[in-house]
Design a protein around this ligand. Structure first.
Ligand SMILES: [Zn+2]
Length: 259
């Protein structure tokens, strides 16, 4: 079973690569088919097996021998491992089917934001809709009508909180500190994870982002134009909530309320 999930993850990861490359470029996800970005030669189906083809071809195009970025197999492997971990945590359940697409979307957002400093609406707006539509089946949100309410509250708290932080940031720093993409991503997270999950993701993102940001500033040689995107940290926070959220919150409340 784990092997099947792993292979499914590899195949989905292969599609995510297409998303990461084409969504910021406003290109179609379906046409044209996969091709070498150096010589434009179409990639044959037998050369398009996730991970395996990259290893067989030694990371080079069969026709022009141009190097293929290590990012492709890395994304495939990461998706597969995420799916296996998710399956281990939630088993064959609706929750797995709800969190699977969320993880996939977060991975795509992370790589696009790292490369281009944008979080495309083409992911967050449909993502928020999917989160809302799944909410009656989302046991973590309480299922049924309760789930729908929790999802809506998460949407507004995630969105409004970020909107206020963005306003505050622009007022204090006199430049855009958090983009509209971050606001929409937080709202989308709220629809999947509820307000607790959205807040959890935000705090984790804020602290890990501040820490990494400080390190980047310290080691970077040209400080003034160094940018650290916030989206990847939000995605990391959300993933931590999906895998360890309950455990961490329980420990925290247990600690706060005493023995
Ligand atoms: Zn080529």
């Amino acid at each position: 079973m784990y092997f099947l999930i792993f292979c499914l993850g590899l195949a989905i990861g292969s599609f995510l690569n297409v998303c990461i490359y084409r969504i910021p470029a406003q290109k179609s996800l379906i046409r044209p088919g996969s091709h070498c970005c150096h010589c434009e030669a179409p990639i044959r189906p037998y050369d398009n097996i996730p991970l395996v083809s990259f290893l067989i071809l030694g990371g080079r195009c069969r026709r022009c021998r141009a190097k293929i970025s290590i990012r492709y197999p890395a994304v495939e492997l990461m998706t597969a491992l995420l799916f296996v971990a998710l399956f281990r945590a939630y088993g064959p359940s609706l929750q797995f089917l709800i969190y699977g697409p969320l993880m996939a979307a977060l991975l795509v957002i992370t790589l696009i934001d790292l490369n281009q400093y944008i979080i495309p609406d083409r992911i967050t707006i449909p993502g928020a809709l999917v989160g809302l539509l799944c909410s009656p089946l989302n046991a973590q949100l309480g299922s049924g009508v309760k789930g729908v309410f929790a999802s809506l509250i998460g949407f507004f708290i995630g969105g409004i909180l970020f909107f206020l932080i963005a306003l505050l940031g622009s007022a204090v720093f006199k430049k855009e500190s958090m983009g509209g993409g971050d606001i929409k991503l937080a709202a989308m997270l709220g629809t999947f994870l509820g307000w607790k999950g959205a807040l959890f993701s935000f705090f984790l993102a804020f602290f890990s982002g501040a820490l990494i940001g400080a390190i980047v500033l310290l080691v970077s040689s040209h400080r003034s134009n160094t940018r650290v995107p916030f989206g990847p940290f939000l995605a990391l926070g959300a993933a931590c909530y999906v895998f360890f959220g309950e455990l961490i919150l329980e420990t925290y409340w247990g600690y706060v309320s005493g023995p």
